[in-house]
Design a protein around this ligand. Sequence first.
Ligand SMILES: NC(=O)c1ccc[n+]([C@@H]2O[C@H](COP(=O)([O-])OP(=O)(O)OC[C@H]3O[C@@H](n4cnc5c(N)ncnc54)[C@H](OP(=O)(O)O)[C@@H]3O)[C@@H](O)[C@H]2O)c1
Length: 290
Amino acid sequence: MNAPTTSLPGGTWTLGNATITRFGYGAMQLAGPWVMGPPADHDGALAVLREVVAAGITHVDTSDAYGPRVTNELIAEALRPYPESLFLATKVRANRDAQGGWPTARRPEDLRKQVHENLQSLGVETLDLVNMRMGDAEGPKPGSIAEAFETLVELQREGLIRHLGVSNVTTEQVAEAHGIAPIVCVQNMYNLAHRHDDDLIDTLAADGIAYVPFFPLGGFTPLQSDALSGVAVRLGATPMSVALAWLLQRSPNILLIPGTSSTAHLRENIAGAGLSLSDEDLADLESIGH
Ligand SMILES: NC(=O)c1ccc[n+]([C@@H]2O[C@H](COP(=O)([O-])OP(=O)(O)OC[C@H]3O[C@@H](n4cnc5c(N)ncnc54)[C@H](OP(=O)(O)O)[C@@H]3O)[C@@H](O)[C@H]2O)c1
């Protein structure tokens, strides 16, 4: 499970008993439009996943809800037998309905079912990391997460989950979960233009807990801003490279899971994320989040 050294930008981070590359990959965009159904280019999706591993990336983020089952099954098809170093992070609670909606699995038995579905579609006996995804499409919602989180803790005790995380959560919910059982990461929306979690990131860094921003490039509508383009032009880089480099430079506990369905974009993102941003670059980028 260890990947102690890497030439990928950002180096490595140790999560529980696993050392993984900070430059990871988010598989959600491999499913069909709006994360429903199969990809238009099945072989192209497999090629992206194989390129991820060939590039030395050891952290892949997915969920059985993507497709549903589509990204997990693509990962299994492309990558089994899994390399020893590969760390597969999945998430539960967000579910799918036939219309493409994201209903929430609330009952303990439904969360258990989701964990078993992830085990089956990924073809593993233990899940490296399960994030409990709270809130909704609009973001985190306040309230206790204890009952749902305790169900995951039981599944961890049963040996089905190695590490626990929480996603789309408030700062209070992070503290509540961590008071019940150790969490190794928080996965919330964060990027150059959405910096609500700045204080949380710093607190987690002090506690040695990873922060994994989802939509690091802006998600379904990739980031666009004059300031971002200006810095990119000055550095001779792409705006996406600058956005990823900014995240890596923002805090050592930030792990990247940018999504792409294109091997060309994957290579471009890996090549660009190691950019060193100067104080002038950072000052220019500051305006985007405010
Ligand atoms: N916990 C949660 O609630 C939650 C929610 C959403 C997502 N996630 C996770 O976060 C991961 C990342 O999110 P995401 O993939 O939706 O958003 P993202 O990484 O912010 O952006 C992906 C988009 O950027 C484009 N892109 C990537 N590289 C590019 C490049 N070099 N040039 C131009 N466009 C580029 C992709 O298009 P191409 O395919 O054309 O490259 C895709 O449309 C997901 O895969 C998923 O694992 C978690």
